[in-house]
Design a binder for this molecule. Structure first.
Ligand code: AMP
Length: 182
């Protein structure tokens, strides 16, 4: 079960709620709390990801704050491999490295603990987030992983907002898998 069928995608997509004009006018926010709140849907998603990645020989799952923590940690528990958080600035308590990326107006930043992957030489890492839009957050996160002497072998998203071209841009750097596309 490497990719979902049309009907399976439709089933999962219908468990995600659209919130118009959140957090600001013009944005349609993809609210996955309704998927997480549905035990069958959340389990179905986790089963699918476990089946897809169980033979990838991954060493770590790394999730992007904050919804990437939920999906990524659920998957790392299933695969019995460690989880590494990528966080917003100032949240991680130990020594960090950080990567800035540009937004429509201004900059944002992501951080990782410097020793996050040090328990395994040449670690193979799967990056997980709930959604890819412009791809800026994911690209900066991949750069962070690669700066720690680990390798990001694939970036996995529950949802790809195709029109924003983020996954297209990211494919120059890494393999990309999106469970659903809208
Ligand atoms: P980007 O860096 O533009 O690819 O944005 C991706 C990050 O922003 C992810 O961590 C998403 O959770 C969040 N995000 C961006 N757009 C949306 C949206 N329409 N609905 C929900 N989350 C979003």
């Amino acid at each position: 079960m490497n990719e979902l069928s049309f009907d399976e995608k439709k089933y999962l997509l219908e468990t995600i709620r659209d919130i118009k004009d959140f957090p600001k006018p013009g944005i349609v926010f993809k609210d996955i709390t309704t998927l997480l709140n549905n035990k069958d849907a959340f389990n179905f998603l986790t089963d699918h990801l476990e089946n897809r990645y169980k033979n990838y020989d991954l060493d770590f799952i790394s999730g992007i704050e904050s919804r990437g923590f939920i999906i990524g940690a659920a998957l790392s528990a299933r695969l019995r491999i460690p989880f590494v958080p990528i966080r917003k600035p100032g949240k991680l308590p130990y020594i960090t490295i950080s990567q800035k990326y540009s937004l429509e107006y201004g900059f944002d930043e992501v951080e990782i603990h410097i020793d996050a992957f040090s328990s395994k030489k040449d670690a193979k890492v799967l990056l997980v987030d709930d959604l890819i839009a412009t791809g800026g957050t994911a690209k900066a996160s991949i750069e962070l992983i690669n700066q720690t002497n680990a390798t990001c072998v694939e970036a996995c998203f529950l949802l790809d907002l195709k029109d924003l071209n983020g996954s297209k841009k990211l494919k120059d750097f890494v393999k990309v898998y999106s469970v659903l596309e809208v």
